[in-house]
Write a protein that binds this ligand. Structure first.
Ligand code: MN
Length: 305
């Protein structure tokens, strides 16, 4: 059985606290539990104060088979940021502009060249999702069609190879959209004149959606992942047609990514839980202790101090 842990973003102290609270202890080089294993949901790097330690703890657990770990958008971004552009000399696949430099700033400042290159090599081995008996894990969104699209490109390109990363960073290539959906979720343009401020103060005219919901009867406000949008305009027919809700009969899926804020964590739906409660922005690191249930329970969460 698994304990699922959301976005850590370099907060190694909170991670150790949470692992100990869950009954894991450091033995023979890795945190381990007599009966349980962790699934880490991605976004190990950037922002926080102990990025190298975080990567080391997660990696040691994976290599000791006391945890599984999937890719987050920050790990994929880091791979693209450090990969030379295939056609433009002295440029990189992910441009070194101020926004991207800032996103990776703490990782660049804290890791030695050797640690960074080791980490990047390891990131390439991370699965993009896990589809296990009774449970699924993905960084931002489960979508059968996009999972199949990514799966076929992983097969054609021998995993997360340079070619795979090039296609994933090429807007217009089907892999670009597929990877965006899986690692960053689905976005929806808001009606004309509607906007909101995101966690970094940027004004947004698009919102991340509650992709798992049926779109029937939803408004733009109720279908948005944030509760900051007061908009009772019904979803457009186009938005409804494009939706692929996560059926209630599917096995539970766990995601991170959404920078949720709540005093008490709870599932997003009976079979969907997000475990990102913004440890890197004044929130807390959070886990879900899965005991095999098909209906998730707010009683199974644990949080670090
Ligand atoms: Mn993320």
């Amino acid at each position: 059985m698994y304990d699922l842990i959301g976005d850590i973003h370099g907060h190694a102290d909170a991670l150790v606290n949470l692992l100990e609270k869950l009954g894991y202890s450091l033995k023979a080089g890795a945190f381990r539990h007599p009966e349980r294993r962790v699934i880490f949901l991605g976004d190990y790097i950037d922002r926080g104060p102990k990025i190298a330690e975080t990567v080391q703890i997660v990696r040691d657990m994976v290599e000791s088979e006391t945890a599984l770990a999937i890719m987050g958008n920050h790990e994929l971004n880091a791979l693209a940021f450090h990969l030379p552009h295939p056609h433009r000399q002295s440029e990189h696949l992910r441009p070194h502009n101020p926004k991207n430099e800032k996103q990776h700033g703490q990782t660049l400042a804290q890791l030695t060249d050797g640690q960074l290159s080791d980490a990047l090599t390891w990131f390439r081995t991370l699965p993009m999702w896990l589809d296990l008996p009774g449970i699924r894990a993905v960084h931002a969104c489960w979508d059968d069609v996009e999972v199949a699209n990514v799966q076929s490109e992983l097969q054609h390109n021998e995993g997360v190879s340079n070619r795979f990363l090039e296609l994933a960073c090429l807007p217009g290539n089907p892999l670009f959209k597929a990877v965006e959906v899986i690692l960053k979720g689905k976005e929806l343009a808001l009606p004309e004149g509607i906007s909101f401020s995101d966690k970094d103060g940027n004004v947004r005219t698009k919102t991340r959606t509650r992709w798992y919901l049926s779109p029937e009867g939803q408004t733009f406000g109720s279908y948005a992942m944030t509760d900051q949008i007061a908009c009772d305009v019904p979803l457009s027919e186009e938005a409804k047609r494009n939706a692929r809700p996560y059926e209630v009969t599917e096995k539970p899926v766990f995601v991170g990514h959404y920078w949720l804020r709540a005093d008490t964590p709870e599932p997003l739906a009976a079979n969907v839980a997000c475990l990102d409660y913004s440890v890197a922005k004044g929130g807390y690191l959070c886990a879900y202790r899965w005991l095999g249930e098909r209906q998730l329970s707010s009683k199974h969460y644990a949080r670090a101090v």
